[in-house]
Write a protein that binds this ligand. Structure first.
Ligand code: IVH
Length: 680
């Protein structure tokens, strides 16, 4: 192929993929299958890697991130980013209207829009291309977050051809947000991961507090590929420029849409302030059905000349105002309180409420978090409480309404586990109560089963949460070793299971026997034995027999293993039931020996390319990583050069290496992608 034709293919693929992207994300039309899209994108990525000079400035490959910023550069806004003055009442709106009338700008109209609750962004376009994305900062200067912004699929990297001409230079303003569904997806992921962390005595990761903080935190992430994994979105609501060809905001919004920007369709033209109030009322409840959080309405004068006449105060325009909805609150009665035992044994009080409408949804339950919270509230059963729903998704009980008749029943935290009647324990310095009966308390037994099959443990995909729960409820399995006694006819006898699904389950249990000793050890769910500790133990002791025979002294000799972990291991094997479980698993053929092959499945997935590893990887030393490369057929390079094929990038990777790799157009690969490559 000639260079000419390669360049032509790169240009063509770029345009095509951008067009498909626009159709998919803005018009919700799939022009091609995901598979075809991915193949074309892969082709473009490969061509760009081989011929970096031909890479187009609006290449869709930038959507997946890749660059790592050490610190964001501070840049000045060409037009300052102002804020709006807030109002909360009809009177304030009336005042706003009267002030405009006094300025006698002639007959005027308003445009009303929703006030999106996210992070303000300013995007600079030159000759149709997105060249810079800047956060608000102090309004005068902000952070250059261009690489992160480019991962947002609804932001055009190049504007669409339109009958409304765009000037060579213009700036658009909008709000970057995290859709509620994405926020919930990520929190679910964190919560699931925390279950495991808690089992292992690791500090849980914080859940995202609300979509706005999540959007703002994500946008400040210095790794653009991490940003790409959290699907942020953006609504554009303004355009600025010295040579704009329209006279009203209404026309500007139409032009923005025609250039390919995502403009929310929910704006309205209002002839007077009464119509503005009607719009506000209309959206007070309807806004909760939107895919994102909104906290009010923005009211703007439509005509640009009138805007100029009205001018600005030092902080905000006189031609616009924000109307904020009040944080929603409600009052209801606490009927009963359940004490739920989680998979890790943690006991959480949950209030059952008399159903009440709050912020567009009916609320029946609210968490009371822990014993301290109950004490803080001074809550009795039967009390009337205040509920609030602000930015957060889950409603909060903020206090007891003491002006109402108090509940008669004092609420006491149980002393015994509601599931298995064992005496609850509160570990030193912790607020939560735990049930210590981890081997026989039903939710904890189920938790142990789920840990065993988890992706990071034995990865038994066909045993999902629901299936395990069913097996447990039907009495087919009580502990992990029982899984290996399952017979096909037992499964087939259950509703919803056919030949194929049964076969899949038995086959995936069989496949798990190929998992290395370290994974099996991790899957046992010994307290404080996480993935990396399991790996260390497997390498050091080499077999279960050796580990079982180990003394406290020999355990603490293993690097990174302290007394806390050592004692937990000893306690585990001391319990006869655990010992029996392990022996049963062993007799079923699970791997309890550390073999060289088991370290990382050996293969030839990396053959023919040179690799360099930089940064740190959870559970692996640098030597481990180098060995993984070698054992999978890869060659190791000693530094970044044009000869290097792939730079494998871990946490806290060296900035100079990354920069050099970027300059030379060396492919960068993050941990997830690297491990995926090695999967068999
Ligand atoms: S117009 C001169 N329209 O609210 C400021 N702002 O305090 C013009 N916002 O920083 C802003 N939705 O981040 C405008 N439809 C909308 C908006 C909106 C959210 C945010 C924006 C701005 C803040 C104003």
């Amino acid at each position: 192929m000639s260079l000419e034709s390669i360049k032509a293919e790169i240009v063509e693929l770029t345009q095509r993929l951008n067009r498909y992207n626009h159709f998919y994300y803005q018009e919700h039309i799939s022009k091609i299958s995901d598979f075809e899209f991915d193949s074309l994108l892969k082709r473009l990525t490969d061509l760009e890697l081989a011929y970096p000079l031909f890479k187009q400035p609006d290449s869709p490959t930038q959507r997946v991130g890749g660059s790592i910023n050490k610190a964001f550069e501070t840049v000045r806004h060409r037009y300052p980013m102002l804020s709006l003055s807030n109002t909360y009442s009809d009177e304030d709106l009336q005042d706003f209207d009267e002030r405009i009338q006094k300025d006698s700008v002639g007959a005027y109209q308003f445009v009303t829009e929703l006030k999106f609750d996210g992070v303000a962004i300013s995007l600079v376009y030159e000759n149709g291309l997105l060249v810079q994305a800047i956060t608000r900062g102090d309004g005068e200067q902000g952070d250059d977050v261009t690489a992160n912004i480019k991962t947002i699929r609804t932001i055009p990297l190049r504007i669409q051809p339109s009958s409304m001409p765009a000037p060579a230079y213009f700036v658009v303003r909008g709000e970057v947000f995290m859709p509620k569904s994405e926020f919930e997806r990520i929190n679910l992921e964190i919560a699931q991961d925390n279950l495991e962390r808690e089992r292992l005595g690791k500090k849980p990761n914080n859940l995202l507090a609300n979509p706005r903080n999540a959007a703002s935190g994500t946008l400040k992430n210095q790794d653009a590929s991490a940003v790409a994994k959290r699907r942020l979105d953006c609504y554009i609501y303004d355009v600025l420029g010295d040579y704009l060809s329209f006279d009203t905001h209404f026309d500007a919004l139409k032009a923005l849409k025609s250039w390919g920007f995502q403009v929310s369709d929910n704006y309205a033209l209002c002839a007077n302030i009464e119509e503005v109030k009607a719009y506000i009322n209309e959206w007070e409840q309807k806004r909760f059905n939107l895919p994102l959080d909104t906290d009010g309405i923005v009211v703007k004068i439509n005509n640009y000349t009138q805007r100029m006449d009205l001018g600005f105060t030092s902080k905000s325009p006189r031609w616009a105002i924000a109307y904020k909805y009040k944080a929603e609150s409600a009052r209801t009665v606490v009927r009963t309180v359940d004490f739920q035992v989680g998979r890790t044994g943690k006991v959480t009080p949950v209030a059952n409420l008399k159903p009440v409408l709050l912020a567009g949804t009916t609320v029946k339950r609210a968490t009371l978090h822990n014993a301290n919270e109950i004490e803080r509230l001074g809550l009795n059963i039967g009390d009337t409480v205040f509920l609030e729903k602000g930015g957060e998704i889950i409603p909060k009980i903020t206090g007891v309404d003491t002006s109402q008749k108090r509940g008669a029943d004092t609420l006491l935290f149980p002393t015994h586990c509601p599931e298995c009647q064992t005496i609850l324990e509160r570990r030193e310095g912790e607020v939560d109560f735990f049930c210590p009966n981890d081997r026989a308390c039903p939710p904890q037994m189920l938790g142990a089963l789920q840990h065993f099959v988890h992706r990071k443990a034995l990865n038994i995909e066909s045993l999902g949460e629901k299936t395990l729960e069913l097996f447990y409820k039907k009495g087919l399995v009580r502990n992990v070793a029982d899984l290996y006694d399952l017979k096909a006819d037992q499964i087939l006898a259950l509703e919803g299971f056919k030949e194929q699904s049964t076969k899949n389950i038995l086959q995936s249990l069989e496949n798990a026997k190929k998992q290395p000793f370290s994974k099996v050890l991790f899957a046992l769910g010994i307290r404080f034995v996480g993935e990396s500790v399991a790996e260390k133990l497997a390498v050091y002791f080499g077999s279960l027999a050796n580990l079982r025979a180990a003394s406290l002294e020999s355990l603490v000799e293993v690097p990174e293993i302290g007394e806390r972990i050592a004692k937990s291991i000893l306690a585990y094997f001391n319990e006869s039931e655990n010992d029996l479980t392990v022996r049963r698993l062993e007799s079923h053929g699970l791997c309890f020996m550390h073999t060289q092959e088991a370290v990382q499945q050996r293969g030839n997935a990396l053959e023919g390319k040179t690799y360099l590893v930089t940064g740190s990887f959870e559970g692996y030393s640098r030597e481990d990583m180098d060995r993984v490369v070698r054992e999978n057929g890869g060659k190791l390079a000693s530094g970044v050069s044009a000869k290097l094929d792939v730079l494998v990038v871990g946490e806290k990777a060296g900035a100079s290496k990354l920069k050099k790799a970027e300059q030379l157009g060396v492919r960068m690969m993050y941990a997830d992608e690297f491990w995926d490559l090695l999967k068999v």
